[in-house]
Design a protein around this ligand. Structure first.
Ligand code: DQA
Length: 165
């Protein structure tokens, strides 16, 4: 029996984690981070598909295809696009699966231009400032959302039908 799948999607400059500003983002490489997420997902009964794209269009495409590819939840770090990409806001809003936006750093404690997330307006939830833990906590959050949904038979917990004004 195939297990439910999560999409773990990372945006620009996250492919060079480990050597990228380690004082801000830590020394874990993306492969090491993914291994931690995979272990957490495995414990909770999920398989994971890990993708990283530097380009906005590739991230939009990954989100646009996520439902038809059967992902039950999406963990998304949009990188710098977080702060200005309406295209990614729209792509997140169009996902039926819950999307948890994650950031390694606490974007609200950084430079003024990083202190807002355009994309989080359409996300189901948001976790930032906890380093790599954010991704593992996002796996746990998705597991809870899905189990609440299956016990209550409601999908109000991540209803995206409202406007984002
Ligand atoms: C980031 C925060 C963004 O401001 C930055 O551009 C990144 C990483 C984070 O995970 O803390 O690329 O998304």
């Amino acid at each position: 029996m195939p297990r439910p799948k999560l999409l773990v999607l990372n945006g620009p400059n996250l492919g060079i984690l480990g050597r990228r500003e380690p004082g801000v983002y830590g020394r874990l490489t993306l492969s090491e981070l993914n291994a931690r997420v995979e272990a957490q997902a495995d414990l909770l009964g999920f398989d994971c598909d890990f993708r990283q794209h530097d380009g906005e269009g590739e991230l939009v495409a990954a989100l646009n295809h996520a439902d038809e590819e059967g992902f039950v939840g999406i963990i998304f770090n949009p990188g710098a696009y977080t702060h200005y990409s309406i295209a990614l806001l729209d792509a997140v809003a169009a996902c039926a699966a819950p999307v948890i936006e994650v950031h390694l750093s606490n974007i609200f404690a950084r430079e003024p231009f990083r202190r807002r997330s355009v994309t989080a307006k359409a996300a189901t939830g948001f976790i930032a400032g906890l380093g790599a833990n954010a991704y593992e906590l996002a796996v746990q959050a998705i597991a809870r959302l899905l189990s609440e949904e299956s016990t209550t038979h409601k999908s109000t917990t991540h209803d995206k039908s409202t406007t984002h004004a």
